[in-house]
Write a protein that binds this ligand. Sequence first.
Ligand SMILES: NC(=O)c1ccc[n+]([C@@H]2O[C@H](COP(=O)([O-])OP(=O)(O)OC[C@H]3O[C@@H](n4cnc5c(N)ncnc54)[C@H](OP(=O)(O)O)[C@@H]3O)[C@@H](O)[C@H]2O)c1
Length: 197
Amino acid sequence: MKIVIIGASGTMGSYLVNAFEKEHEVIGADRNNPNIKVDITSPPSITRMFELIGPFDALICTAGPTYVGPWKTLTDATFRNGVEGKMMGQINLVLIGQDYINAQGSFTLISGAVTHEPQKNFANASAANAAIDGFVRAAAIELPKGIRINAVSPTVIENSPQYFPFFPGETPVTMKQLEYGFRKSIFGTNSGYIISL
Ligand SMILES: NC(=O)c1ccc[n+]([C@@H]2O[C@H](COP(=O)([O-])OP(=O)(O)OC[C@H]3O[C@@H](n4cnc5c(N)ncnc54)[C@H](OP(=O)(O)O)[C@@H]3O)[C@@H](O)[C@H]2O)c1
């Protein structure tokens, strides 16, 4: 399977590249990638990426920039980090990518548990995640060519200890659990699911 991983240099992305490249052709992309550069906040940049990559079978997105910070620092400008990044960036990957993905292919987007279990400093992520969850459910009933779409929605993950203080009492999701959430989406048959971890 030819699998595209957006956010390949990140905490989640680098783990998933390593996990999937043993069995599949994996193509990583992010803003500073030596091979495939993409800025998901720019639709022309997304189109250029898909033109370079050509047809593929699955796309994972772990790039979901949001603004993390105290309530008082939330403004139109700071909030747009999540709107133009995690929300529209991922939605545009699907709207543009549907013309490049093979029939029966799959998109797996990144969401997060703060949608339903808010934590201080994460209002921007909560809102962007909720938009992604809604988009995934709606897109699943309209995407052509048997294309599936799901979102993986973890709480804080074990390789991000810098976030532990923001999630008191939360048991971190292991990287293996995260990998299997993505495996369920890519290699399973469901569509329109929010895979909560
Ligand atoms: N870490 C957690 O505990 C956790 C838990 C639940 C949900 N999440 C969500 O999961 C996502 C990934 O988390 P992470 O911890 O893996 O993040 P991360 O380590 O910061 O990695 C983010 C990746 O996305 C890329 N990226 C950022 N902005 C981009 C853009 N505009 N265009 C293209 N690529 C971009 C980054 O590379 P460049 O900056 O070089 O482009 C990097 O490869 C986030 O949306 C986060 O909200 C994280």
